[in-house]
Design a protein around this ligand. Structure first.
Ligand code: FRU
Length: 552
């Protein structure tokens, strides 16, 4: 390493040091951040003269390094930068301890063979993720940005990670595109393609709309013409409002030829909800209306991460607007470009077992071709479960699901199906359960349960049980309400990953994500049985596919 100029100035002796500074000229774009999961956090700040160009709280490895994060110093190679460490028990470092490279530091070998790694659900290559951000389709590519901690396997240091896919199934990760700055860490938001160059960033610019979570929070934009490198526009698009304001989701309102931004926040004293802003150019926004949710201490209706989109009603000529929020509830109504008038509220995208939200922060892709509305949510895969400390990543995403709006006996409802692109994971033809042997599985099971039937699927040791008397579906003993379809059929479409399962109903109206359930690694079998009346089930249809991994 070339350290043509450096100074080391640690204030105290090693064990008790609370601050230290290393000045060094980086010899490559990235600096190695050795992470030891659970090590005491130190604050690392990087200064170029008086300007702070980066800051992060890092679990800097004292003993063994679990994995190496890459601090992006784009455009700063060759400048004498000051790396300031502060906090409790700052490790004693010299310029020789700081390593640089032109490319990001590689992940440990065998990373995707880890027992806690889902194989066809997206997980961040390294570090923590929460919400999907900036889901969008542009120039033949699906873009998924995500709330990312590049220097820890727990929440913190919010950057936007960036993964790109040609088919919604296989993702290439391109590293972080926006990093914390003096306006705050980079909280959730969305992306649009500015086909008409309304912003002046350029025709077809990819525009990210995000929250800088300083005090107060501001909504800001960044843009790119190549879909890989993103520059921040220096001004705030929506100036500071109370701290809660965040998670801008932008959508083009064609009839009015303007943009609409749905922002989570305090819409009146003590009450959260969604504010709708309007803009002609993505830079200057005015408040159009508010959609009230619950009181802050009362409930979660319209809490965090709004998504807002128009859908045609299946088989009819009309459309409706759908407003979803992070927890799982949604509203259906009409929208005139300024005001959303809900017709039905507090509908549920999932009825999870145990009352928890195993997935969160649902967002749909803007600009999907063919008018498709495809949604992904943050999935709580927990690679630290059971006190594990050697994980290289934590959390992940649900499968991509395609939404439609369907008129049912109960009114309009969202229907969801796993996207058809997932069929490319099937390794060969479908088999009967008995003939199945494998780790990753896609399973379809349908039957008509009779009288007091109890139908049990055993999928690699995971017990999924439908009880016709209680009208519940339970998974490993934890139950949730479950409806048969309009024809009285129980229809289950289940994806079994190395970690986690997702259950869809074959009619699209029920969805049960189970990221916390781990199938028995030694059990590669599928089976079902039915108990109860003399012939508890009629017209059974079962098939299963072995699936390929999407990450190896
Ligand atoms: C939801 C959320 C958002 C926020 C982000 C920060 O999970 O709390 O409201 O923007 O996470 O990571």
């Amino acid at each position: 390493m070339q350290t043509s100029r450096f100074a080391i100035a640690f204030s105290l002796v090693a064990a008790a040091a609370t601050a230290g500074t290393v000045t060094v000229k980086p010899t490559g774009r990235y600096m190695a951040v050795p992470v030891e999961n659970g090590a005491p956090k130190v604050r690392l700040e990087v200064f170029d003269g008086a300007t702070r160009v980066a800051y992060d709280d890092v679990e800097w490895a004292r003993g063994m390094t679990n994995w190496t994060g890459s601090l992006d110093l784009r455009g700063l190679a060759g400048r004498a930068l000051e790396f300031r460490f502060s906090g409790n028990d700052v490790p004693e470092l010299t310029a020789a301890d700081l390593k640089f490279a032109e490319a990001p530091f590689p992940a440990p070998k065998g990373q995707y063979d880890e027992p806690w790694r889902p194989q066809f659900h997206f997980t961040p290559p390294l570090g923590w993720n929460n919400d999907p951000n900036g889901l969008s389709y542009r120039d033949g590519e699906w873009h998924m940005f995500y709330q990312h901690n590049p220097f820890g396997v727990r929440w913190g240091n919010m950057h936007w990670g960036h993964a790109v896919s040609k088919d919604l199934v296989h993702w290439n990760d391109f590293g972080d595109v926006i990093a914390p700055d003096d306006h705050g860490p980079m909280f959730s938001g969305s992306a649009v393609v500015d086909h008409g160059n309304t912003s002046g960033f350029g025709k077809g610019a990819h525009v990210l709309i995000y929250t800088a979570a300083g005090r107060p929070h501001t909504q800001r934009v960044a843009w790119s013409l190549d879909g890989r490198n993103y520059a921040k526009w220096p001004k705030a698009a929506v100036e500071g409002r109370p701290d809660a304001n965040r998670d801008p989701k932008v959508v083009w309102y064609a009839p009015g030829r303007h943009w609409v931004m749905a922002v989570y926040g305090e819409v009146e004293k003590g009450r959260h909800g969604v504010s709708l802003f309007a803009s002609k150019n993505l830079k200057d926004w005015t408040l159009a209306s508010n959609v009230p949710g619950d009181l802050f201490d009362e409930g979660k209706f319209l809490y965090e991460c709004p998504d807002f989109f128009e859908l045609p009603i299946k088989g009819e000529t009309g459309t409706r607007w759908v407003l979803t929020a992070a927890n799982r509830q949604y509203a259906i109504g009409t929208f005139d470009g300024r005001t959303f008038v809900p017709e039905t509220t507090r509908l549920e995208q999932t009825r999870p077992v145990g009352g928890l939200n195993p997935v969160y922060a649902w967002q749909s892709f803007s600009d999907a071709p063919g008018g498709r509305r495809i949604q992904i949510a943050w999935s709580h895969f927990d690679s630290l479960a059971g006190g594990r400390t050697d994980a290289t990543s934590n959390q992940g995403m649900t499968l991509p699901m395609e939404l439609s709006l369907v008129r049912t006996a109960d009114g309009l409802r969202l229907a969801r199906f796993p996207v058809k692109e997932l069929e490319s994971l099937r390794a060969g033809e479908a088999t009967a359960f008995k003939a199945f042997e494998g780790e990753l599985a896609e399973v379809e099971f349908a039957c008509t349960p009779v009288a007091d039937a109890v139908v049990t699927l055993d999928l690699r040791g995971v017990k999924i049980e439908y009880d016709a008397v209680k009208k519940t579906l339970s998974v490993n003993g934890r139950a949730t309400a479950w409806d048969l379809d309009a024809a009285g059929r129980l229809g289950l479409h289940v994806f079994v990953d190395r970690v986690g399962l997702e259950i869809f109903s074959l009619d699209g109206f029920q969805y049960l994500p189970l990221p916390e359930i781990v199938p028995d690694p030694a059990n590669r079998k599928l089976s079902w049985r039915a108990a109860g009346a003399k012939k508890p089930v009629r017209d059974v249809a079962e098939r299963a596919w072995r699936l390929k991994s999407a990450v190896r």
